[in-house]
Design a protein around this ligand. Structure first.
Ligand code: FAD
Length: 305
């Protein structure tokens, strides 16, 4: 078996694998798509000490760094089942079963899409998912936030500080966010809230120039001119495959303690697939390191060499 078997090859998994390998223990990493979400990111400007980089370049350097070490990289392999027997077993979609004395789950998450015309086409050309990441790109411009839950309203409050104007579009008759956030939002002079608004299309030429929606009360189609659309209708963790084996919260996020430990001894988790509060590269990498050091700690306490 591996001493540490990492499932997921994004920033969290890469960090966990490197920290494990540096302890001189047998380390493997299995990933459906090595690099993870950063492969879909255009520019990264908040990875501290790197002023600017691009997602695919960042992913390539993650891989390069991992390959500096004696780590078994199993790319393009999807895990479909976890079971704790003598060791922790990970079954892959291709039928193979990998064993680990410890396992670190770092399968990340994906943003829920609206699924309207223009969304995919203008991704990174005005369609954005992360206000912490891309907010400053829209300084002084007009943007929309689609989604009136906590993350949408938090994004709108955040963006209102940076951009000229924010339009919030909520499908339902009311915002779903906590009332303290709604009060804060209403106090801002440069925010318009549209409820009963069903997003129809994100318009543009080479980049976004507006958003069309149906006013569900009148049935009328309306259009707002703007430069950016932040989609905030949910971040879905890639954890369905775990079923009931590992404890997850109501959002499907793996529940971990401050050492990255799950409810199963020897199984740790890190990054966007967990209940850690903010989902960022730098945070995922930190939690990958934490989980890995915890896995090492678990190994030295649970076996005689
Ligand atoms: P992920 O990056 O999601 O990696 C998950 C890994 O697990 C992947 O390798 C995936 O293929 C694999 N996997 C999933 N399921 C399975 C399975 N069943 N079996 C095997 N492998 C599996 N953050 C920033 O800090 N700055 C930014 O500028 C920024 N911009 C972003 C822009 C976009 C468009 C997006 C989508 C995200 C952005 N983020 C940004 C967020 C950042 O990318 C994530 O927080 C970070 O990638 C999370 O790392 P992770 O390793 O936890 O998960």
């Amino acid at each position: 078996p591996y001493d540490v078997l990492v499932v997921g090859g994004g920033p969290a998994g890469a960090s966990a694998a490197i920290y494990a390998a540096r302890k001189g223990i047998r380390t493997g990493i299995v990933a459906e798509r090595f690099g993870g979400q950063v492969l879909d990111t255009l520019s990264i400007e908040n990875f501290i000490s790197v002023k600017h980089t691009e997602g695919p370049k960042f992913a390539a350097s993650l891989e390069e760094h991992v390959k500096e070490y004696n780590i078994d990289v199993m790319n393009l392999q999807r895990a479909k089942r976890l079971e704790k027997k003598e060791f922790i077993e990970i079954e892959l979609e291709n039928g193979a079963v990998l064993k680990g004395k410890t396992v670190i789950l770092s399968t990340g998450a994906r943003w829920r899409n609206i699924g309207v015309p223009g969304e995919a086409e203008f991704k990174n050309k005005g369609v954005a998912y992360c206000p912490h990441c891309d907010g400053p790109l829209f300084a002084g411009k007009d943007v929309a936030v689609v989604g009136g839950g906590n993350s949408g309203v938090e994004a709108a409050i955040d963006l209102a500080n940076i951009v000229n104007h924010v339009t919030v579009l909520e499908y339902n008759a009311e915002l779903k966010a906590d009332s303290v956030l709604q009060d804060r939002l209403k106090s801002l002079p440069n925010v318009t809230v549209l409820t009963n608004a069903r997003t129809q299309e994100i318009t543009g030429t080479d980049k976004v120039n507006g958003i069309s929606y149906i006013d569900l009360q009148t049935g009328e189609e309306k259009h707002v001119e703007l430069s950016g659309v932040f989609v905030q209708i949910g971040l879905v963790p890639n954890t369905d495959w775990l079923g009931d084996t590992v404890e997850r919260n109501k959002f499907g996020e793996i529940v971990i303690d401050n050492r990255g430990a799950t409810n199963i001894p020897g199984v740790f988790a890190a990054g966007d697939c967990t209940n850690s509060p903010y989902k960022q590269i730098i945070i995922s990498m930190g939690s990958g390191a934490t989980a890995s050091l915890s896995a090492f700690d678990h190994l030295i306490r649970s076996e005689v060499p």
